[in-house]
Design a protein around this ligand. Sequence first.
Ligand SMILES: Nc1ncnc2c1ncn2[C@@H]1O[C@H](COP(=O)(O)OP(=O)(O)OP(=O)(O)O)[C@@H](O)[C@H]1O
Length: 251
Amino acid sequence: MLSIRDVAVSFAGVRALDGVSLEAHPGRILGLIGPNGSGKSTLLNVVAGVIAPEAGTVLLDGRPLPAGAPHAVAAQGVARTFQIPNLARRLTVAQNMLAGARRQPGEALATLLFRPGRAQRAEAAAVRAAFDMLDRLGLAHLADHPAGSLSGGQQKLLSMGMAMMADPRLILLDEPAAGVNPVLVAHQVVFLKAMAAEGRTVMLIEHNMEMVADVCDEVVVLDAGAVIARGSPAEIRRDARVMRSYLGEIG
Ligand SMILES: Nc1ncnc2c1ncn2[C@@H]1O[C@H](COP(=O)(O)OP(=O)(O)OP(=O)(O)O)[C@@H](O)[C@H]1O
């Protein structure tokens, strides 16, 4: 379980997060919504260890996640995607997917020198896992294409798969549906539900309210750096305060 407790962040004296607390549970998908500038990305960056909060803690399964140390946070089983996918555009789709795999034993020099068979087996398993993931995402037919030649939506799907290759306990997604056509959003929905069904905790920032309603078990609404509502997607749609702060975007 992810527990965010009383997290506060300021930028040059401006409060971006003002004592935010929330919980996200394994096997469930939590949506984080709110108007532009309400602090959603900042909160994601705190959890991912990119921003060290000036107050508050983030716990994963009861243990504090290191603050301001993204690699250490990733090593605890936290993966994320970005608004703009972080891909090696000239490498193939399959090579990108492989790069998402958790450090393989083959990368350790000692293993390579003294246990070459083990390193080879691990590499073969990683290649299989990468192709399985491409299959799940409906991208297998593009395996040999440069990642940069994919559509924006396909790149977002690829980056989701890459994040999943590390077998994370917690996955953080920043606007996966933005600029993506409805067919690929439907792929994302199926994929995210499957990830949650495997017992992972999923937290996503999303402006696409149709996707939020479709995929999220629970929604937390931020406004001006504070949580103003939480509940099921249906409850959030009925919340008058949310409607007031968020009317233009909730549709
Ligand atoms: N690196 C930064 N330096 C200064 N101010 C920042 C920085 N990052 C965010 N902010 C400010 O913090 C507040 C919260 O921003 P944040 O990006 O977290 O909001 P958001 O809800 O993710 O917005 P959006 O939906 O537009 O992505 C905003 O007022 C923003 O201008």
